[in-house]
Design a protein. Structure first.
Length: 151
């Protein structure tokens, strides 16, 4: 039996969808965790941390995550029309994700005040969530092209 039979092949549009959902889900999870840490801080102080984190998220999106998303979209566009579902991220990205998870766990267990850590979580989570819309936008353009070909 060939190993290629075990590969879960899907149409390329599902890869863009998977990326968008993954970035959205992780981003929202990180922002929700940060918001939970800020509840004891009160509405004004906690809200200030959240606003600062979102402002930094916009900067991180423009300087880093937006470029990563565009680069990944270009990589996905070069794939065949049907590909392995797990190709929605490059193999190198899976390693980076594992390192980031380990870093997050480590940071949560260090004696860093959660209010300070909430800035990091909101910044990265917000940038991931906003970056997910690069994938959704490309997916919509792709679906429009496909629907024009098959009226």
């Amino acid at each position: 039996m060939r190993l290629s039979r075990l590969k879960p092949a899907v149409p390329k549009c599902w890869l863009f969808f998977a990326c968008g959902v993954m970035w959205s889900a992780v981003g929202l999870m990180m922002c929700a965790r940060a918001a939970g840490w800020l509840v004891p801080e009160g509405i004004f102080r906690g809200g200030g941390f959240e606003l600062a984190g979102m402002a930094m998220a916009i900067i991180v999106l423009r300087l880093g995550f937006g470029g990563i998303a565009r680069k990944n979209i270009q990589r996905l566009r070069r794939l065949p029309e049907r590909g392995c579902f797990f190709a929605f991220q490059a193999w190198k990205s899976y390693l980076i994700i594992m390192v980031m998870i380990a870093l997050g766990i480590t940071l949560r267990h260090l004696p860093i005040p959660h209010s300070a850590l909430s800035l990091v979580y909101t910044t990265i989570g917000g940038a991931l969530f906003m970056g997910s819309f690069y994938y959704y936008g490309h997916l919509l353009r792709l679906l429009r092209v496909v629907s024009q070909r098959h009226p």
